[in-house]
Design a protein around this ligand. Structure first.
Ligand SMILES: [Zn+2]
Length: 154
């Protein structure tokens, strides 16, 4: 569950595993949050994997999904209204893939054992990664690839 947001300055913000937080926010807060994101960014890319990992947590899946999907819905229609890009991208392997060299090195976080790994170093190219930033970069790159395909396909 993650979201990459690109501003004109290519700032990225990633929201990951923040279901507990989202759940506790009132709808007003979600409206404010989504409006701010849409105002400040030129494109919003959202990872498409929904809570498969989070089902293992003790929180009710339905509650998690409800919070996330209403936030996603708000972002989507507000993006359309504002005329900015909103896109869901495939986030498979975004955590495991090195955003620097593009490989899936032996050292990257994988499976259940990898869930607690916050920082790692690519054994292929030596790049040091923050887990969330690395995954956000991969989602961003996937979003840009999709955009490029869309534009050239017009
Ligand atoms: Zn690498």
């Amino acid at each position: 569950m993650m979201m990459s947001i690109v501003s004109t300055r290519t700032l990225q913000l990633r929201i990951k595993d923040k279901h507990a937080k989202i759940k506790n926010q009132r709808k007003d807060d979600m409206h404010q949050f989504s409006t701010t994101l849409v105002r400040k960014n030129a494109a919003i890319f959202v990872g498409d994997v929904v809570s498969a990992k989070l089902v293992k947590t003790k929180m009710a899946k339905s509650t998690l999904d409800a919070g996330w999907s209403s936030l996603k819905t708000m972002l989507e229609y507000k993006s359309h209204q504002a005329g900015i890009v909103f896109m869901e991208v495939n986030e498979a392997y975004s955590t495991q893939t090195c955003s620097c060299c593009g490989s899936i090195p032996a050292s990257s976080p994988k499976g259940r054992a990898g869930l607690g790994i916050r920082a790692w170093t690519c054994s292929d190219c030596g790049a040091a990664h923050d887990r969330d930033v690395n995954a956000a970069r991969n989602i961003l790159a996937a979003g840009h690839r999709r955009l490029a395909v869309g534009i050239s396909g017009v």
